[in-house]
Design a protein around this ligand. Structure first.
Ligand SMILES: Nc1ncnc2c1ncn2[C@@H]1O[C@H](COP(=O)(O)OP(=O)(O)OP(=O)(O)O)[C@@H](O)[C@H]1O
Ligand SMILES: O=P(O)(O)OC[C@H]1O[C@H](OP(=O)(O)OP(=O)(O)O)[C@H](O)[C@@H]1O
Ligand SMILES: [Mg+2]
Length: 285
């Protein structure tokens, strides 16, 4: 059997949530001594801890089979690695910003200097819009470049907007990209690798579903069963079982965690009783 080779971010905002997700999915990624590589023999996986920016390169070239990185980093590297599952954390928007009022649309960047750590992504976006601008490639703290006079605008990751505000900049134009952590895989994998990557994808997806959903159980009279099930359609379909009590059924379904209190109110109002909500440990859907 082939040992799957998976790249995991070794630092930055992707690192901790990636470790937590993999651990919840049953993998052993704990690095007691900042190891660069860990063998998880039980799962037949070898994890490589790499800079998030480099992960798409390793996976795109087929050196590694799969990895976790940011969608923005994946597109910036443009290596042929494929996104197979959005992971929900390290979410951000990729935006243009300049001094408030100076620029208002992407076309205004014509002939201007744009600082960024994501030159591949920004060059592709500008070319798509037919805008010729000069890219200034920086490693980080991109927001400061306008104040220091080496750029007229920036293109950067925005989460809360605090970094932009602190540098006296404001976003303009349409967002370039919505980013989040993603599971990626190599192109042209053989069947054994493709199957093993699919197993990882299913495990991670199972944890994400368990985090997003809760199990709801309730009893209701058969005459309101349809109305109640409409409130709890589940992912596929609710499970309906007969109750010993004549004219009643028991229903079990998944509901989005943040909707659960509202669904409970609505179920009660249509006549459901004994409504119970239970968290999920994991799932395979
Ligand atoms: N403030 C943030 N909020 C959410 N996601 C972020 C934030 N900063 C960076 N990211 C995401 O993290 C990934 C960038 O990884 P990177 O290695 O740059 O992490 P970092 O936290 O910026 O660490 P560093 O720049 O110190 O290496 C990208 O996918 C980016 O969208
Ligand atoms: O909208 P905000 O909540 O302020 O977050 C966005 C900032 O976070 C990241 O910076 P990071 O701390 O990684 O520093 P860097 O620019 O050196 O990468 C990103 O590059 C932005 O600067
Ligand atoms: Mg950064």
């Amino acid at each position: 059997m082939t040992t799957l080779r998976i790249a995991v971010p070794n630092k930055g905002s992707l690192s901790l949530p990636s470790d937590q997700l993999l651990t919840a999915a049953g993998y052993r990624v704990h690095r007691g001594n900042r190891e660069l590589m860990i063998d998880d023999a039980r799962n037949d996986v070898r994890f490589f801890f790499l800079r998030p920016r480099d992960i798409a390169l390793y996976v795109g070239s087929g050196t590694l089979d799969a990895g976790i990185t940011g969608r923005d980093l994946l597109l910036d590297a443009d290596t042929g690695a494929e996104e197979v599952l959005p992971l929900g954390y390290s979410a951000s928007t990729f935006r243009f910003a300049a001094r408030p009022g100076e620029l208002s649309a992407i076309a205004d960047l014509e002939g201007k200097r744009v600082a960024t750590s994501y030159p591949g992504l920004v060059a592709a976006h500008l070319a798509e819009h037919g805008v010729a601008a000069k890219l200034v490639r920086l490693d980080g703290a991109v927001e400061t470049s306008v104040q220091l006079g080496i750029a007229d605008a920036v293109a950067d990751v925005v989460e809360t907007g605090t970094s932009l505000r602190n540098s006296g900049l404001a976003v303009f134009g349409e967002p370039i990209l919505q980013s989040e952590a993603v599971l990626i895989r190599r192109p042209d994998a053989d069947e054994a690798v493709a199957t093993a990557v699919e197993r990882v994808r299913r495990r991670l997806k199972g944890v994400l579903i368990a985090r997003q959903y809760v199990m709801i159980d309730y009893d209701c009279p058969t005459e309101v069963q349809e109305a109640a099930c409409a409130l709890t359609p589940g992912i596929e379909s609710p499970t309906v079982s007969p109750l010993a009590r004549e004219g009643w059924v028991a229903v079990r379904s998944l509901v989005p965690r943040d909707r659960a209190p509202f669904v409970m109110d609505e179920l009660w109002e249509v006549g459901a009783r004994a409504i119970l909500v239970t968290p999920l440990e994991s799932s395979r859907i």
